[in-house]
Design a protein around this ligand. Sequence first.
Ligand SMILES: C[S@@+](CC[C@H](N)C(=O)[O-])C[C@H]1O[C@@H](n2cnc3c(N)ncnc32)[C@H](O)[C@@H]1O
Length: 203
Amino acid sequence: MELRARLRGRTLDWMMRQMNDLRPEVLERAEGDVLEVGFGTGLNVPFYPPGTKKLVGLDPNPADGLPALEERVRAATFGVERCALRADGMLPFDAGRFDTVVTTWTLCSIADHRRALDEMRRVLRPGGRYLFIEHGRASAERTARWQDRVNPLWRRLTGGCNMNRPIDLIVQEGGFELERLARFRHTGPGLLAHMYRGVAKAV
Ligand SMILES: C[S@@+](CC[C@H](N)C(=O)[O-])C[C@H]1O[C@@H](n2cnc3c(N)ncnc32)[C@H](O)[C@@H]1O
């Protein structure tokens, strides 16, 4: 693993560990064969419930070789396969291949989120669930306006993260029906603290 990738992996792991308290409630509904889009450093792996049979973790910037990630994968009670791919291209999986699709803090940084959601819907079996938690557009108009102002700079600094995406609308426009949606403010910087946690199924 080259130095730059190792530093990126360690930084991402530290930052995203701060969100661990929010993971169990998202993942408790996962079952069967699961596709996780934006696998990152595998922080979700220990939180998948016993009904999980197999996990495919997809990420164009794999953190393979990071000791914490490798340990999580080793300790998993189900098989974990990793794919170095972006979600907004053609996914190499048959239609209806997965029982569950998961994203956690990833829709913000997928360049073509429409294409990615189309593909996620295609590979989800009828009746399967899409589980997500994402940060996004604030409900307070004043905060949302600040997000719009700051977003161009933020996106450049972070290599593609958007703070102002209306996640509920994006998911619905992607052909999913929301079964549950919770919007709440988490700790941390105000512009990044607006969370959308949901369960959706394909329509
Ligand atoms: C903020 S991290 C979240 C990682 C992990 N889901 C977590 O909860 O800790 C966002 C992840 O999305 C990945 N990502 C960026 N663009 C992507 C794309 N087009 N398709 C799939 N994943 C992407 C990044 O490489 C990164 O690992």
